[in-house]
Design a protein around this ligand. Structure first.
Ligand code: NAD
Length: 341
C-alpha cells in the first residue's frame, strides 16, 4: 500500500492540528479538509496549501468570499481511504452513515458516544483491538491524560482503585463566547463525570474509578490530581521509572515550571507552536505511602489527542500492525519525547 489518503471533516481546534500532524507523517497524505463556513480558519488552511472541500451547495458561498474550493464533501470522501471526523460533539454521529456508504474508514473524537464507533481508542491500550476496524473513537483529552498516567501506575503495581479530580479549562483560546469568566463550576455536581466511563471503555469495564470535574476560568490547559490504591505496596522509584518509560509522558521539575502558563510558554520556547502532545507530570507532586500514591499533572486539551488520532489512522487502515511501532513513528514525526536536557 502507498501512502494512506486522509481527509478531515471539521477543521476546528482538533481537526486542524490533526491535519498538520498528518502532513508530517511519511506514510500519510492529507488530501483535504472540510469547512462549512468561509471563516478565518478556512483562509488559514488555504494559506498553508491545504485543499478545502465544502458541503454540497456551499461552493458559491466560499467562491463569493474569494476562497478557492477543491470540491464537495462527497468528492473528498471518494478520494480518501480514511476520514478523521473532528466536527463538534454529537455531529460526527450524523455523518457515520455517509462514511460507511463511501466505504472508507472513520476516526471519530471523544465528543461522540462509544456506540458511534464501537472501539474506544488509546494507542497504549486498544491499538491491536482497533486493527482493521471500520471506525474507532479517540477518547477525550482528559480521558487520554488519565489513561496515560494510569498506564504508568499499572506498570508500577497492581492497581485496585483510581480517584481523579479534574480541573478543566473553561474554553479553548478561540471560543470567545464560552466558558466561566469568574468562579469554579462543579460539572457535573454528582460524580462520576463522564470521564470515568470513558476510561473504563478503554482500560476495562471492571476498573474501579471515580472522577470529579470542576470547570475553571482558564483556556491554557487542564490539571488533574489522581490518587491510586494498589494491591500491595509500591515504591516511589518504581512509579517514577514507570512514568519515565511510558510514551507521551514528560516529567518536568516543578521547581522549573509548575503552572500551566509557564509550561505552555516553555513549549513555545522549544518551537512547538505552543502545542503539547504529552502529559506533563510534576515528579515533586508524586506522593507514595505503602499501597497508595497520588500525583498531579497537566493536559493540553487542544493537542493531547493529536498523536492518538495519527495512531488510530494507522490502526484502522492496518498499515502498521503493531501499536508500539506506530507510536514510535508518530512520536518521531512530531518530535514527541524528552523536553529538556
Ligand atoms: P471546534 O468547534 O473547534 O471544531 C469543529 C469544526 O467542525 C469547526 O471547524 C466547525 O465549523 C465544523 N463544523 C460544524 N458543524 C459541522 C458540520 N455539520 N459538518 C462539518 N463540519 C462542521 O471543535 P473541537 O474542539 O475541535 O472538537 C471536535 C471534537 O473533538 C469534539 O468531539 C470534541 O469533543 C473533541 N475534542 C475536543 C477537545 C478540545 O479541547 N477542543 C479535546 C479533545 C477532543
Amino acid at each position: 500500500m502507498g501512502r494512506v489518503r486522509v481527509g478531515i471533516n471539521g477543521y476546528g481546534t482538533i481537526g486542524k492540528r490533526v491535519a498538520w500532524a498528518v502532513m508530517k507523517q511519511p506514510d500519510m497524505e492529507l488530501v483535504g479538509v472540510v469547512k462549512t463556513r468561509p471563516s478565518w480558519e478556512a483562509l488559514s488552511a488555504t494559506a498553508r496549501g491545504i485543499r478545502l472541500y465544502v458541503p454540497e451547495g456551499k461552493e458559491e458561498l466560499f467562491e463569493n468570499a474569494g476562497i478557492k474550493v477543491a470540491g464537495t464533501l462527497q468528492d473528498l470522501l471518494q478520494s480518501i481511504d480514511v476520514v478523521v471526523d473532528a466536527t463538534p460533539a454529537g455531529v460526527g454521529a450524523t455523518y457515520a452513515g455517509r462514511y460507511r456508504e463511501a466505504g472508507i474508514k472513520a476516526v471519530f473524537q471523544g465528543g461522540e458516544k462509544e456506540s458511534v464507533a464501537g472501539v474506544s481508542f488509546n494507542a497504549l491500550y486498544t491499538y491491536e483491538t482497533a486493527l482493521g476496524k471500520a471506525s474507532v473513537r479517540v477518547v477525550s483529552c482528559n480521558t487520554t491524560g488519565i489513561l496515560r498516567v494510569l498506564y504508568a501506575f499499572r506498570r508500577a503495581g497492581n492497581v485496585r482503585s483510581v480517584r481523579v479530580t479534574i480541573v478543566r479549562r473553561g474554553a479553548d483560546l478561540k471560543e470567545v463566547k464560552k466558558g466561566p469568566i469568574e468562579g469554579l463550576l462543579l460539572k457535573p455536581a454528582k460524580p462520576p463525570s463522564h470521564h470515568a466511563d470513558d476510561v473504563r471503555s478503554v482500560a476495562g469495564h471492571d476498573l474501579d474509578i471515580i472522577t470529579y470535574s470542576i470547570v475553571a476560568p482558564t483556556t491554557l490547559a487542564h490539571m488533574h490530581v489522581m490518587f491510586v490504591k494498589f494491591n500491595g505496596s509500591v515504591s516511589r522509584e518504581d512509579v517514577i521509572r514507570a512514568l519515565e518509560e511510558t510514551p507521551r509522558i514528560v516529567l518536568l521539575r516543578a521547581d522549573l515550571a509548575s503552572s500551566t502558563a509557564e509550561v505552555r510558554e516553555l513549549a513555545r520556547d522549544l518551537g512547538r507552536c505552543g502545542d503539547i502532545y504529552e502529559v506533563i507530570v510534576w515528579p515533586e507532586s508524586l506522593w507514595v505511602r505503602g499501597d497508595e500514591a497520588g500525583i498531579a499533572y497537566m493536559v493540553h486539551q487542544e493537542a493531547i489527542v493529536v498523536p492518538e488520532n495519527i495512531d488510530a489512522i494507522r490502526a484502522v487502515t492496518g498499515i502498521v500492525s503493531n501499536g508500539t511501532q506506530s507510536i514510535r513513528l508518530t512520536d518521531k514525526a512530531l518530535s514527541i519525547g524528552r523536553w529538556l536536557p
